[in-house]
Design a protein around this ligand. Structure first.
Ligand code: DQA
Length: 145
């Protein structure tokens, strides 16, 4: 199986960006954790600061992925276009956040991604990604069966 792990804006700065909230581990560290958690499955791990790029990759996942993990970052709170793209997928979607947006500012409480996600993992730092990858692979297996 092929698992897409897509990351939205500013996550390239992980490790240096607001470390008290997001921790000291870098996005490369997170990628390594995802690959370790994937149990031999092929992980396509990407990050972009551009909404349209994120949407292009979601569309690409339609043809190539068996499941999608997405940390939409700021776009999760704003992007109807991202929601529309995710709605075109039939594969399982797992939403993932390092922090727990529900415990932060009000504007982070709304997610345009959650309604189309099978589930959401948030608040566990990089461990959120490991859990999300495990969940996505399990869902992909059930989806195929
Ligand atoms: C985030 C939470 C979002 O509210 C924020 O905009 C981010 C990162 C997280 O992983 O905790 O950029 O998605």
């Amino acid at each position: 199986p092929v698992l897409y792990v897509l990351n939205g804006p500013n996550l390239n700065l992980l490790g240096v960006r607001e470390p008290d909230i997001y921790g000291r581990e870098t996005l490369d560290d997170v990628q390594a954790l995802c690959e370790g958690a994937a149990d031999g499955a092929c992980v396509v791990f990407r990050q972009t600061n551009h909404e349209g790029q994120l949407i292009d990759w979601v569309q690409e996942a339609r043809d190539t992925a068996s499941a999608l993990v997405i940390n939409p970052a700021g776009y999760g709170h704003t992007s109807v276009a991202l929601l529309d793209a995710l709605k075109t997928l039939t594969i399982p979607i797992v939403e993932c956040h390092l922090s727990n947006p529900a415990a932060r500012e009000r504007f982070r409480h709304r997610s345009y991604v959650s309604p189309v996600a099978a589930g959401v993992v948030s608040g566990f730092g990089p461990f959120s990604y490991e859990l999300a990858v495990k969940a996505a692979l399990r869902l992909a297996q059930e989806h195929r069966a």
